[in-house]
Design a protein around this ligand. Structure first.
Ligand SMILES: *[C@@H]1O[C@H](CO)[C@@H](O)[C@H](O)[C@H]1NC(C)=O
Ligand SMILES: *[C@@H]1O[C@H](CO)[C@@H](O)[C@H](O)[C@H]1NC(C)=O
Ligand SMILES: *[C@@H]1O[C@H](CO)[C@@H](O)[C@H](O)[C@H]1NC(C)=O
Length: 406
């Protein structure tokens, strides 16, 4: 809201052009984020290298991006975006391209400042009890999760993190009911799995951007319509959080937080929150991330991935484990996963925790009576917030946890 007013005010000052007067309901914070994402997508299309790219090419890319991102917006929002498209984005890119004109710089600078300001996710105050209550609710509505009889685990021996000894000759997942994997959200998640370069420092995606975009779009469309994500949306909306002012905003932010590419190495857009948490990556000779049971299961069952489970450091029945493994020669000393949950549940729970308790505070939740802590870290790049990592840690093994699980 404030940032839109600021951006508008800057336009008025700089161009002397009247801006359509914003109404409270429409000009909310995250919409102004759109311009930056559009710019980022264009930069990304050229891998941030504008050598030999003409202004006309840039303009075309920009317009394509704007159009692609305009779907689902109201007429008022379109009007603003069109305005930004005409007056801001083109100038930004032209400047990037030719490094020209002081006037452009003067225009660009305050706009960037405003965008940076828009970009900040506001402080969000929520009690531990509220987080716990929503976590329980998310579990309750996660109707497509695996039933206890659909997954058979074989934890084998306890291990420690200091070496790479193998305390588990067999696989962790002895059996997973294949009908489970035909449920839409698992299937759409499986479709995403070949989109990534495991190695950090290698620009994403591995497949064409068209394929990536289409698959991510389908995944988001589906997941956002599921009960866990709907619960999450309603919860944020009731709390007046700016990511949930409208379903379109929410989709935009979920996409931005989880799927937009940023850099872990060499300054290349080589990663995303989703890649880290749901896929796993190789960094500095070790495996980093990989906190999803289905991904673990898929890797374990693909010979060419050369994946080897090596024992657990902590286990909580059939709901959560902290595990040691190697993946194509690289070790993960300990990585924890929730077991049998749907991707939409993990995404909802982790998003709740990320937006409420990231950094040093942990997000204390519960899964079937077992206390869990969710730790998450943000990565700020070019003043944008990205999901760096999110993972669960087992809390105390309580009587209730024992009683509810066997
Ligand atoms: C940018 O692109 C040009 C031409 O396509 C190429 O020669 C140059 O090496 C690239 N620079 C970087 C840093 O990748
Ligand atoms: C938001 O939280 C941070 C860290 O706790 C604090 O430094 C900052 O002042 C807060 N900002 C507002 C506007 O409350
Ligand atoms: C196994 O993994 C390889 C390498 O990632 C991939 O090319 C192949 O499609 C996978 N096989 C199956 C059956 O998914």
């Amino acid at each position: 809201m404030q940032c839109i007013i600021l951006v508008s005010a800057i336009f008025v000052l700089v161009f002397g052009i009247p801006v359509p007067s914003p109404t409270r309901d429409v000009w909310v914070g995250p919409n102004c984020h759109m311009c930056e994402v559009i710019l980022n997508n264009v930069r990304y299309e050229y891998h941030n290298n504008f050598t030999g790219v003409s202004v006309d090419q840039l303009r075309l890319s920009l317009y394509q991006q704007c159009d692609a991102n305009l779907n689902g917006f109201t007429d008022m929002e379109r009007l603003l975006i069109e305005f930004v498209k005409e007056n801001c984005c083109v100038d930004c890119l032209r400047l990037k391209h030719s490094r020209a004109k002081m006037r452009s710089l003067l225009v660009l600078f305050p706009i960037l400042v405003a965008l940076v300001w828009c970009q900040k996710i506001p402080n969000f105050t929520v009690s531990n009890a509220e987080l716990l209550a929503l976590a329980k609710k998310l579990r309750q509505v996660d109707v497509h999760r695996a039933r206890p009889d659909q997954i058979m685990l074989n934890y084998q021996k306890h291990t420690v993190t200091r070496d790479d000894s193998d305390s588990a000759p067999a696989k962790l997942f002895s059996r997973v009911d294949s009908s489970l994997l035909r449920k839409p959200s698992y299937e759409l998640y499986l479709n995403l799995m070949d989109n990534f370069n495991r190695q950090t420092g290698v620009t994403e995606p591995r497949v064409s951007q068209t394929e990536e975009k289409a698959e991510v779009g389908k995944f988001l469309d589906h997941v956002l319509a599921t009960k866990p994500m709907q619960e999450l949306y309603n919860w944020f909306k009731a709390k007046g959080h700016p990511i949930a002012t409208s379903p379109q905003n929410f989709r935009f932010w979920i996409g931005q937080l989880w799927f937009s590419h940023y850099s872990r190495a060499l300054g290349r857009p080589d990663t995303s929150g989703f890649e880290h948490v749901f896929i796993g990556e190789a960094k500095n000779g070790e495996i980093s991330g990989l906190h999803n049971w289905l991904r673990f299961y898929v890797l374990e069952n693909n010979r060419t991935e050369n994946f080897d489970y090596k024992g657990f450091t902590v286990k909580r029945f059939n709901i959560m484990g902290a595990l040691k493994f190697t993946w194509d020669g690289l070790l993960k000393r300990v990585g924890s996963i929730l077991i049998g949950t749907t991707p939409e549940y993990d995404m909802a729970l982790y998003t709740m925790c990320f937006l409420s308790r990231r950094g040093r505070e942990t997000c204390d939740v519960e899964l079937d009576g077992c206390p869990l802590q969710i730790t998450s870290f943000e990565i700020m790049q070019q003043n944008k917030v990205y999901i760096g990592s999110i993972y669960p840690t087992a809390g105390r093994l309580t009587d209730e946890c024992r009683a509810q699980n066997r």
